[in-house]
Design a binder for this molecule. Structure first.
Ligand code: NAD
Length: 269
């Protein structure tokens, strides 16, 4: 099936590892050229690996997405190297590293860094790349949020609040961009084995008495069974496949939507 992705310029912000890396690989498999942005210098190796594996152009930019001037400069570099961008996926994120249940386990001073990474960095990306997306037309912006932003998850309150803010901002942006041919959607994963997910387990683990501590795999297996009707972890490639679909011409009538890829954890009825 021709998805209309071949040769497109695709930006993945937070693309060095985990879900962002998997998203970039799914787009590259469809023949897209890729620009990866990440604060982690390992992003260069991820970009190289993608061009070797799929024979597409793949560039990397080391960037702290919480800094607007840096993101503006990254957008200019993407324009120079890929001739613009048709699809931008924001997949960066981080947790507080603390067990936030109850919320007063955290201090108010724990909040700004987490809001900056999970929400303000996404706003920076929308501002900086908006003109490139408008230039291309028939383009799209996708935010990777989390089901934590929909359920008052008792794990990491600033993370959950930032993710809820991101879902709402995506709807505002979808309305503003619609007349310019840019669609905006949000994908919410449930539980995926990545560094970020492992840090959620570690914060829980450190807060438990020794007799209640479980290793990562046992904790995850128990939790997934309890919370996900389909009873299994999600895979990063499943988020990648949804991201490709939402960028594709098959999704040309989809904007302002929040799509959960979560094994059925969140159902509204
Ligand atoms: N893993 C899960 O279970 C899960 C569940 C729901 C949502 N998510 C979301 O998926 C997205 C990807 O997370 P992941 O699980 O792949 O985690 P990850 O830690 O593997 O990847 C996050 C990436 O973001 C980058 N990053 C962090 N701060 C940055 C900054 N200031 N500037 C630029 N890059 C920065 C990291 O270097 C890393 O490459 C995040 O938005 C996360 O909140 C993950």
């Amino acid at each position: 099936m021709d998805l209309g992705i071949k040769g497109a310029a695709v930006v993945v912000a937070g693309g060095a590892a985990g879900i962002g890396r998997a998203i970039a690989r799914e787009f590259a498999q469809e023949g897209a050229n890729i620009a990866l942005l990440d604060i982690n210098p390992a992003v260069a190796a991820t970009a190289d690996e993608i061009s070797v594996d799929y024979g597409v152009k793949s560039v990397s930019i080391v960037a702290d997405l919480t800094d607007y001037e840096t993101v503006l400069s990254a957008a200019a570099q993407v324009k120079e190297s890929l001739g613009g961008s048709s699809h931008v996926i924001f997949a960066a994120g981080a947790g507080s590293g603390k067990f936030g249940f109850p919320f007063w386990n955290l201090d108010p001073s724990d909040w700004p860094r987490i809001l900056n990474i999970n929400l303000i960095a996404a706003v920076n990306t929308a501002h900086a790349f908006g003109p490139l997306l408008i230039d291309k037309g028939e383009s799209s912006l996708l935010f990777i949020s989390s089901i934590a932003g929909q359920i008052g998850s008792q794990t990491d309150p600033p993370y959950s609040a930032a993710k809820a803010g991101l879902i709402n901002f995506a709807m505002c942006a979808a309305k503003d961009f619609a007349a310019h041919g840019v669609r905006v959607n949000t994908v919410c994963p449930g539980m995926i084995k990545t560094d970020l997910n492992r840090s959620v387990w570690k914060a829980w683990f450190d807060s438990q008495p020794p007799e209640q501590q479980l290793d990562y795999d046992s904790w995850g297996a128990l939790k997934v069974k309890q919370v996900a009707p389909l009873g299994r972890w999600q895979e990063p490639e499943e988020i990648g496949a949804m991201a490709v679909f939402l960028a594709s011409k098959n999704a040309r009538n989809i904007t302002g939507q929040t799509i959960n890829v979560d094994g059925g954890q969140v159902m509204h009825w």
